[in-house]
Design a protein around this ligand. Structure first.
Ligand code: SF4
Length: 324
């Protein structure tokens, strides 16, 4: 079976490159989904779709994508909108910081004259844009042959070229970037990267890879062990995971949801909306959650006097709103 040693920095064998490309691109032709952002080369629309797709399933993103573009049809419209309105429109997508970062990126583009930068390096300089999103915009909007990867793409590259990625990847992100660059067919970066994403989402999924009907099974290095590795990792994980409803992220989301409904709330009013058994003893904790949101640009705290000692008396005096 062709492949390369995880420890080496060798080039991928030419026959593996050729068969991987041929089989994946053929799979793409027959299996890919018709998604709205695959019909555009508008960098603003690509940015919106890519940010929404981080942490959110495709089916859920589609209606949000259309609604967002009706409300904020251009980068200028998003840049000029009140922050509170941007946060309200993000309702249901989760990870609210993404909305604030998206607007900051839009404002940076408008400050540059309204034209999106085209290179990965320039795109990386925009607020909140990481290597994946910069690569995706350079590739999917400007059709440049740039290597980049998200978790789906990394999984496919790792499994086919290196071997099993379970319980964890055995090569670094830097090595994956090298592999992604070697695999890119010149002049076909757009379709290649779309195909890798789609294959990782539909065929070579994290928990249930469809190896039996996989067009890459003959060359895939992970194929012999991947199902056993996934089963063993599942047994080991057991039920020790943290309950989401007790996490900081859950309560941050609850605060932002409450502020979407009521423009202005005191900590005393906010507490029971966020935590069913809220008492004044939770005041300092709630204030900490709100301060974290304020640091991230997701809330505004109006305080008549500082410094504050959070107590039963001061809870009604501290008001929280969405940012202006
Ligand atoms: S054979 Fe299995 S592990 Fe390998 S690429 Fe196909 S689906 Fe993924």
């Amino acid at each position: 079976m062709p492949g390369i040693d995880p420890q080496s920095t060798d080039q991928i064998p030419g026959d593996l490159v050729a068969t991987f490309r041929t089989h994946l691109l053929d799979w793409w032709v027959h299996q890919h989904r018709d998604l709205p952002w695959r019909h555009t080369r508008d960098p603003y629309r690509i940015l919106i779709s890519e940010v929404m797709l981080q942490q959110t399933q495709v089916d859920r993103v589609i209606p949000y994508y259309h609604e967002w573009l009706e409300t904020f049809p251009t980068v200028e419209a998003l840049a000029a909108a009140p922050v509170a309105e941007v946060i309200r429109r993000w309702k249901g997508l989760g990870y609210n910081r993404r909305a604030v970062n998206l607007q900051r990126s839009a404002q940076a583009v408008v400050a540059m004259g309204g034209e999106f930068p085209r290179t990965v390096e320039e795109l990386l300089a925009l607020p909140g844009i990481g290597p994946y999103t910069a690569g995706a915009i350079a590739c999917f909007a400007f059709e440049q042959d740039v290597p980049f990867f998200d978790t789906n793409m990394r999984r496919v590259l790792h499994r086919v070229i290196i071997g099993s990625d379970v319980p964890k990847p055995v090569v670094s992100d830097r090595r994956i970037t090298e592999l992604a660059a070697q695999m890119l067919p010149p002049g076909e970066g757009w379709v290649w990267n779309q195909a890798l994403i789609e294959f990782g989402a539909l065929q070579c999924t994290a928990r249930k890879p469809l190896c039996v009907i996989c067009p890459l099974q003959a060359e895939c290095r992970a194929r012999p062990t991947i199902h056993a590795d996934i089963a063993a990792a599942g047994r080991k994980r057991g039920g020790t995971g943290e309950v989401f409803e007790t996490t900081n992220r859950y309560f941050r989301g609850r605060v932002v949801d409450a502020l979407r409904e009521d423009a202005s709330l005191t900590l005393q009013e906010l507490g029971p909306k966020v935590k069913a058994d809220f008492s004044s003893e939770d005041g300092a904790w709630l204030y900490g959650v709100v301060q974290g949101l304020a640091r991230d640009g997701l809330a505004r705290i109006a305080e008549p006097a500082a410094p504050y000692t959070i107590s039963e008396e001061t809870l009604p005096e501290i008001t929280v709103t969405l940012p202006e």
